[in-house]
Design a protein around this ligand. Structure first.
Ligand code: IMP
Length: 182
């Protein structure tokens, strides 16, 4: 195990089972809809790659980059579009793929944006959900695993751009981020 990790919260096997379940649900719900699967960079890329391989239906993939965290552990509350979609979503079924929904600020902003762009439907799939931290009024339609209010890394998620490649989801040792509070 990576020496900076205090505890494995979700193992690779548990991740695998949750992604398979989500893939089956989406396959059933989007069979004839050719959805645009929107990956929110960068934390969601690992989940996206696993998820689309579990979806047995026609689909397209596009990417969007947003900033709200700015390298720390708390959301700034401000969401900025750094890279927009290339796809025109008017009349399309959109599935937003998130790594984790925390305050919900990021999601609220892009959900409304896609509706404004006249998407036929907009649903959200998030691998993790931290409901205790929610401040924005958003619905996560498909959830992999609900977790308590802990800062997690791995399976695409970072702290200061590190740990995205870990095949499990873990909690960092406090000494790794202690300098932020001194
Ligand atoms: P929200 O706008 O507060 O819901 O934040 C969503 C984004 O913040 C996620 O897509 C992640 O990139 C990041 N984030 C929130 N919580 C965590 C965490 O525990 N670990 C790593 N990144 C996180």
């Amino acid at each position: 195990m990576n020496p900076d990790i205090e505890e494995v919260l979700i193992s690779a096997e548990e991740i695998d089972a949750a992604v398979k379940r989500l893939g089956q649900e989406l396959t059933k719900d989007y069979q004839d809809k050719n959805p645009v699967v929107v990956c929110i960079l960068r934390g969601s890329v690992v989940f996206l790659a696993d998820l689309v391989r579990q979806m047995q239906c026609p689909l397209e993939i596009d990417f969007m980059d947003l900033s709200s965290y700015g390298g720390g552990m708390e959301s700034s509350g401000q969401v900025k579009i750094l890279k927009d979609l290339d796809t025109d979503v008017a009349g399309r079924h959109v599935i937003i793929v998130e790594d984790i929904v925390d305050t919900g600020n990021t999601l609220a902003k892009i959900h409304d944006l896609f509706l404004h762009r006249q998407a036929e439907s907009v649903k959200v799939v998030s691998f993790l959900n931290k409901p205790e931290r929610r401040t924005a009024n958003v619905t996560v339609d498909y959830v992999g695993v609900e977790i308590p209010d802990k800062f997690v890394v791995g399976y695409g998620m970072d702290f200061d751009e590190q740990y995205r490649g870990l095949p499990y989801i873990g909690i960092l040792k406090p000494n790794v981020y202690a300098h932020l509070f001194n």
